[in-house]
Design a protein around this ligand. Structure first.
Ligand SMILES: Nc1ncnc2c1ncn2[C@@H]1O[C@H](COP(=O)(O)OP(=O)(O)OP(=O)(O)O)[C@@H](O)[C@H]1O
Ligand SMILES: [Mg+2]
Length: 206
């Protein structure tokens, strides 16, 4: 069992959208997946009430719930943690139990500083145990200047960037509103990029 957490206290950085779609892709490839919603706003838990999730959903109400993940959910191939929209004790707990931390960031330069706080938590943790980490560009738009500024900021942290990004697409918004992932739509570009991304994430364990 591997724990992968999607963490960035910046609201709207695309954590929940990434978690729903990547988890669906992994489940479709035959892995058993548990998703843990640590956000007090419970958007992922509420999304799952439509009953169409390809994975099991658990809600963590406290840091204690997060610390129990490794034991309680050890029968799954992957446990995916959807982080909260604020830097809380839950974020530190998620780093503690993770094998891999993914930091979703949008190309907007003003949004980057919140991501740095996750890197700080990761560095503090590194004294005890090495936790792998990667940035993930979400809501990617064709804007060379913004992307270059973002890539420079990422480079400065020393944390690696996943090659595959999630593009800004209406289908990500629409599918989630319908209680689905992009895999229940006919958008092959979106499905394709999520599949490539899921494989890239898994390959970091090989
Ligand atoms: N790739 C994308 N293309 C278009 N819209 C997107 C994409 N990813 C996310 N969004 C939209 O951006 C908004 C924020 O996304 P999301 O809820 O996934 O972020 P979050 O980091 O989980 O936010 P929070 O911190 O509030 O939980 C949502 O309205 C979502 O539909
Ligand atoms: Mg969210």
């Amino acid at each position: 069992m591997k724990v992968i957490s999607f963490l960035n206290p910046k609201g709207g950085s695309g954590k929940t959208t990434a978690v729903i779609n990547i988890s669906t892709s992994l489940a479709r490839s035959g892995k058993s997946i548990a998703v843990v919603d640590t956000d007090p706003q419970m958007s992922l838990t509420n999304w799952s009430k439509a009953g169409k999730a390809a994975f099991d959903v658990f809600t963590a109400a406290s840091e204690k719930d997060v610390y129990e993940i490794r034991k309680g959910l050890s029968d799954y191939d992957f446990v995916i943690v959807d982080g909260a929209g604020s830097l809380s004790v839950i974020t530190s707990a998620a780093v503690m139990v993770s094998d891999l931390v993914i930091i979703p960031v949008t190309p907007s330069p003003l949004d980057f500083s919140a991501a740095g706080s996750v890197v700080t938590v990761l560095e503090a943790q590194a004294y005890n145990r090495k936790v792998e980490s990667r940035f993930l560009i979400t809501r990617k738009i064709d804007q060379a200047l913004m992307l270059n500024v973002l890539k420079e900021s990422i480079k400065d942290t020393g944390v690696k960037l996943l090659r595959t990004a999630i593009t800004q697409r209406q289908v990500y918004v629409k599918s989630i509103l319908d209680g689905n992932s992009v895999f229940e739509t006919s958008d092959s570009s979106a499905k394709g990029e999520i599949e490539v991304l899921a494989k890239e994430i898994i390959s970091s364990f090989e």
